[in-house]
Design a protein around this ligand. Structure first.
Ligand SMILES: *Cc1c(COP(=O)(O)O)cnc(C)c1O
Length: 391
């Protein structure tokens, strides 16, 4: 599969000029703040599980950061998506719109509700949902009936749209809000990758009726495993807390559960880690932006490849740095992946399109030409916040 191009070699040099020659993982966490202190405090308190002061603190810190009225800490981002789907009324047999170029979590969460993911095409500028194509698609392929959006070919209710802020780059949120309201769709933001990312100076995850975050080990900040639901709606917040804490009714000693609930509460020991990580978020964001600038200085002189930049009017967290090949050439992509990984530079292609996974291959979808093209052209390069010293 050797190509004539010397692009793979140029890319290796560009990355090594920034991160040096020692092995560079794609994304590793940094623990250089109060992590040990808070974990020790948590263990000494004996409250390591589903109640404790760190969970409350973490939720309140998340509200301060994002400007959301409520944050509910949850075991992981996928479970947060599951509860968010339920709370916006996703029922068995419904459809929910999600990008095809996406992590599989939202497709799974939709499926847990007995509903069907319905796949959308991407926008090359922000890697999120292409709102222009989406609008036309909805005009031509859906009908409104009693305030519900109906898929004209499957006759199923399309209940919600769940855009993802891919690699930390905000999707076109204002346009998505307007489409959601015009077509009677609930808007939930998958902001799992975008803590610290802003659209028009407003934190991602606060534009929809709910947004979800993830604190998995590979994300910008981590709680080991963890997630959260953000919402400004007090009723939804109350329901989210109740459903994720086994629907247990508050009482001094009685053990009553008033509906089918979930054991999805984030443990206190994970929240302790999260509280320490959140204190360091501003520093990490600064380092990641600095890493972007150093990469940009290198990549700007290479033809055939671009480094992905934050969208207009947005501040991205630069969770994963991403290069885009000009040409749709999967062999070239694979050659770059091989050469970089061989010299210890961990790079990864983007996810396989979800509609091409066996379990979702029969699901409804729009024309996915942009997503298919991006799949052959996107590569993530080392992105940890500890890779460069901040200025
Ligand atoms: C990480 C991630 C999630 C949630 O993942 P968990 O591992 O369950 O916390 C959801 N959506 C996207 C886009 C993600 O990257």
């Amino acid at each position: 599969m050797r190509s004539e191009s010397n692009l793979p070699k140029l890319i290796v040099n560009a990355i090594q000029n920034v991160v040096g020659k020692k092995p560079a993982p794609l994304h590793e966490p940094t623990f250089n703040g109060n992590e040990f202190k808070f974990l020790q405090e948590c263990i000494e308190s004996t409250f390591v599980s589903s109640v404790g002061k760190f969970v409350d603190q973490f939720e309140s810190d998340l509200c301060d950061l994002t400007g959301a009225k409520h944050a509910i800490a949850i075991v992981n981002g996928t479970s947060a998506l599951h509860i968010a789907m339920k709370l916006c009324g996703v029922e068995r047999g419904d459809e929910v719109l999600i990008p095809a170029l996406n992590f599989v979590a939202s497709a799974n969460a939709i499926s847990y509700c007995g509903a069907h993911p319905h796949f959308l095409d991407s926008d090359e500028n922000n890697l999120g949902v292409n709102t222009e194509k989406l609008k036309e698609y909805l005009y031509n392929n859906t009908k409104q009936s009693d305030g519900l959006c109906i898929n004209s070919s499957t006759k199923r209710i399309i209940r919600a749209i769940v855009p993802t802020h891919i690699f930390g780059h905000p999707a076109d949120l204002v346009e998505l809000q307007s489409i959601a309201s015009e077509f009677n769709l609930a808007l939930i933001e998958d902001a799992a990758e975008s803590i610290g990312s802003y659209y028009n100076n407003q934190h991602t995850g606060t534009f929809g009726s709910m947004g979800i975050l993830s604190f998995n080990g590979n994300k910008t900040i981590t709680t080991g495993g963890g997630g959260a639901i953000l919402t400004n709606n007090s009723f939804i917040a109350k329901r989210a807390k109740h459903l994720t804490t086994t629907a247990k009714v508050k009482h001094k000693w009685e053990l009553i559960h008033d509906e089918i609930g979930y054991n999805y509460r984030m443990p206190n020991i994970n929240a302790a880690l999260g509280c320490a990580q959140l204190q360091k978020l501003p520093e990490m964001l600064q380092s990641k932006r600095c890493l972007y600038e150093k990469y940009q200085a290198e990549f700007s002189s290479i033809t055939g490849v671009q480094l992905l930049k934050e969208p207009k009017n947005c501040q991205s967290n630069y969770w994963l740095q991403t290069i885009i090949l000009d040409k749709e050439d999967k062999n070239l992509r694979d050659e770059i992946l091989l050469l970089t990984n061989n010299v210890g530079i961990m790079t990864r292609p983007v996810w396989n399109l979800i509609n091409e996974l066996n379990q979702f291959s029969e699901n409804p979808k729009m024309d996915l030409s942009n997503a298919k093209s991006l799949f052959k052209r996107l590569i993530n390069i080392p992105s940890s916040s500890n890779l460069v010293e901040t200025k």
